[in-house]
Design a protein around this ligand. Structure first.
Ligand SMILES: C[S@@+](CC[C@H](N)C(=O)[O-])C[C@H]1O[C@@H](n2cnc3c(N)ncnc32)[C@H](O)[C@@H]1O
Length: 320
């Protein structure tokens, strides 16, 4: 492999996380992946989409663990973005790993769901789709510009639908840290797809994807994540389910966050095992820099990056 230009400190950390023998293989995955998308089943069926793609010369491959997801096998992403299917919001471009947290959350018809940090809305739209636009969904985002993008996407994908009486959908542009003041113990399911240092999105051919990396950035994100986790947990009612996810490798933003939540709410929470048939995942880290994580923390799930999927951390926590 040619010389890797990543910061020395980051390489040392990745070495500790993955181990020497795996690291070289992991580094080969730090590049752009094939385009993947999800069919927007609120607007059309899979058969219709597949037929249209075939008529236009697109070849796609199914994803074993999610029937609505596909991998583009020929042609480019920009060609796919020129199709009516894309322009009309009948398909949505989304990385495969980004689809996992919502599958784990498992939103159902009639649920009350919160997506605490939601722009540009990839997961919000997936939640709405899995609920078949029936129940209550609140999607929040602090950043004004990203919030506008969220509103745009929700319109395009047909999630905003004021005529449907059994569908209550609200978009909020607030600080997620404070949302629990309004929604304490309210939701059946909460997703916190947290802002993070995004190490799993590093592309070695694009310096901008890692030039801002430093340990302080990890620390700052870990600090913010705790505040958001507190809010997310407080919004959840007894018996409800929280899914926490990040697209980073840093244990401070992953396992250590859950250790913190456990210390704070101990007996109230249970970390559930995640099983998705056909999706390969690895165990979470058993320890980080002299701190051994207890057994329950091993129920957290790390998705290792490969040719098709980026790295992701996902954990499913029940409020007892
Ligand atoms: C990982 S991204 C979310 C991606 C989104 N879930 C999706 O799948 O499309 C994290 C988001 O959290 C937002 N964010 C950061 N701090 C926040 C806060 N205090 N309250 C609410 N949102 C916040 C960021 O602006 C960013 O849009």
């Amino acid at each position: 492999m040619s010389k890797i230009n990543l910061p020395e400190k980051l390489l040392d950390r990745l070495d500790l996380i993955f181990g020497k023998s795996n690291l070289q293989k992991i580094l080969t995955t730090f590049k752009a992946r094939q385009t993947t998308f999800r069919v927007n089943t609120l607007k059309n069926g899979k058969v219709e989409v597949l037929q249209k793609l075939q008529q236009n010369g697109f070849k796609v491959k199914r994803v074993a663990w999610f029937a609505d997801a596909f991998i583009l096998e020929n042609k480019s992403q920009s060609e796919l973005m020129k199709t009516d299917l894309f322009i009309d919001g009948k398909i949505y471009l989304q990385s495969l790993a980004s689809m996992v947290p919502v599958i784990v959350l498992d939103p159902k018809v009639g649920d009350k769901v919160l997506d605490l940090t939601s722009a540009p809305g990839s997961k919000t739209s997936q939640i709405a789709m899995m609920m078949n636009k029936n129940g209550e969904l609140v999607a929040n985002e602090i950043d004004k510009i990203r919030f506008e993008k969220l509103v745009h996407n929700m319109n395009l994908l047909g999630i905003i639908d004021e005529k449907k009486e059994d569908w209550k959908f609200e978009l909020i542009n607030e600080d997620g840290i404070k949302i629990f003041e309004k929604y304490k113990d309210y939701f059946d399911k909460v997703l916190l797809d947290a802002p993070c240092s995004a190490e799993a999105r590093i592309d070695l051919s694009d310096r901008r994807s890692y030039s801002y990396w430093n340990e302080k950035n990890i620390k700052d994100h870990a600090f913010l994540q705790k505040k958001l986790l507190f809010s997310a947990w407080s919004c959840l009612k007894k018996g409800g389910m929280l899914v926490y996810s990040t697209c980073t490798f840093a244990p401070e933003e992953n396992e250590s966050q859950i250790v913190w939540l456990k210390e704070k709410f101990g007996a109230e929470l249970e970390i559930e095992k995640i099983e998705i048939k056909g999706l390969e995942k690895s165990r979470s880290l058993p320890e980080w820099r002299d701190i051994k994580f207890d057994k329950e923390i091993n129920n957290c799930c790390r998705i290792l990056p490969d040719k098709y999927i980026e790295g992701f951390f996902v954990v499913k926590i029940k409020k007892k």
